[in-house]
Each structure stands twice: as C-alpha cells, then as structure tokens.
Ligand binder design. Sequence first.
Ligand code: GTQ
Length: 345
Amino acid sequence: MAPKLGTLEELPQDYRDALSEAGVAPLWPMMRNVLPHDAPRPVTRPGHWDFEKLRPLLLKAGELTPVEKAERRVLVLSDPGRGTGAMQATSSIYIGMQLLLPGETAPAHKHTPSAVRIIVEGKGGYTVVDGEKLPMEEGDLVLTPGGEWHDHGHDGNEPVIWLDALDLPLFVYLEGSYAIESELQAQRNRPDASQVEYRASGLAPARRAGTQIRRYPMMRYPWSRTEEALREMARYGDGEVAELDYVNPETGEDVLPTMGFTAMMLAESQKVSPPRRSTSAVFHVIRGSGTTTVDGETIAWKAKGTFSAPVFAAIDHQAAEESFLVQIHDRPLQERLRYYEERPR
Ligand code: GTQ
C-alpha cells in the first residue's frame, strides 16, 4: 500500500500564502488528482441520445437558424459528466448532429481537427473534400481529414442529417484548433475514389517509379460494402462477433491518426462483453435495437441513436434484433502515444 500523501491543510498558512505569492503550489496534495492509482478516473459519464428526440430539435433549428447564420447547423452532444454545452462527448471525441436542407450549402473551410461523417438520414447530400465530391448515403462513412478544404451541399429534396465525429477536444486542449474560411470549391466531375481506384478491396492503382500515393486515398466508405462484409464475417465467424476496422486501403492503417472506426454486427439476442479498453468510445446505431450496460448503467438503444462510454468502461452489449453499430474510438491516438491497453473482464 502506498503511504497517504500530505494535505494542503497540514501546511502553515503563512507558508501557503508565500507559495501562492511566488506562483507555485505543492504537488503532493494534488498528486493523486492527476496520477490516480491503477487506472484513470474519468470525468466522462455514459451518455445516450435517441434520434427520435434529436430529430425534431434539429429540424426546428432548420426553421429558426438559416444555414448562413450557422456556417454549420449542428446540435452538439454533450458528455453528461461535463454538462450541457460541453463541446465533447468523451475526453477526446466531439459529436454533433448536422442538418442540411434541400438546396442549402455550407461554405468551404479547413481546420486543424479531423472530422468524419456518418450519414443518418436523407438522400442527396454530399461533401466536397479537396475537390472530390463524396455522395452521402445512409450509413456511409465520409472522411474530412485535418487541413483539407471541405464544403457541404444538397441536391435532394428532403432534409439530410448526419453525425459529425471530430478530434476537436484534443486540438482545443493543445490550443491548436482554428479554421480558415473560403468559397465553395470547384468539383472534379467524376465519382469518388471508392467507386474508381479503390472499387475492390485488395486492389490499388498500379505503382510505378515516382508514384505519389495520397495520404488519404479513399475518403468515402459506402455502407453497403461494410454491411455485406460484416454479414459474411458473421456467417463464418463461429459465433464470434463480426467486427471490421475502417482502414486506409494503401497502408492498412486506421483511416485517421487520432480517431478509429469499427463496424460491428450483432445477431438477434447476441451478447458481447469486450475487454475493458483504455479508449473512450461513442457508438452509433446504424440499424437494429438492443441494450448496452456501461459501468452498470443500462442504455436501451435504437436505430440512429448514439451512446458513449468513458475510458476503461465495462461494456456489455445485447442485441434485441439483428443490429449494426459503428464504434468511434481513440485507439489510433493511444497507439501513437504508446499506451493503448486492454484488460480482461
Ligand atoms: O461540417 O465542417 O460538427 O467544422 C463541427 C465543426 C461540423 C463541419 C461540426 C465543423 C463541422
């Protein structure tokens, strides 16, 4: 057992005053706040956002606030542990729900944080990233890596809603977050790379001497392919949960340096209890329903809903029906910092 550390109150008042005056503070009374024993003590609490509740509020924002007055018309999902208005769902992950109405555009900008969209509802929306037009169909995962110009548009005739996941909290913490604004981009008149160069997994454009491979060669991951792949994994998985990571098709690495994305299929009444992980996570339900217990709190989720889990959470999923979820997590960041860890349950 480690000895109990001294407290601030044990120190004479004149000494404490002299410390404050000098702009310093003793470490030992506050050491355990920043270095707790054995595992972190997260501020983050499990959160749950039903789409049925968010949808009317988001549509109302469409009536109240023109997109020109919003730049991005987004409702931010705040971590319950930090309270409403907190611009983060977990320690490292920001989540927003964005609405674009038919005919609207959201102007181009680029920023230091990276963003990923998961399309929740509606047809005809698209994002243009560095001149590449990325159509948004339900369940698609669309990357907007940090530093890349992006604007949004809408050719359809019904509201389009998508989930934004950004590594924004990290950049805010680093005092590294800022954006540069611009006009809408010219679009190259061709399908996105998932339909052309990276149409089939395991195949990439032929390399020649001097071939420059783009850092983000494929920025749209169509849901139809993910679902098909998960179904085959489940079929031959001997009851193991079917899970697939979204990876860069050239390098096999996670799609972004900070955030990772893992799609999961659960069969009807399938239960899964993953190890405790050092990552924080946000789960978005593409389809299905079920319950998940996060550190003893039970969340009953439905299609298009979103829920979150702090670092090292004890997580138990149970699907009520066949379900598909995408987990947004910070494993890539933690691996780069060399502290990603899993602990058996
Ligand atoms: O669509 O570019 O939810 O810049 C927050 C910041 C979305 C976006 C957000 C953003 C965007």
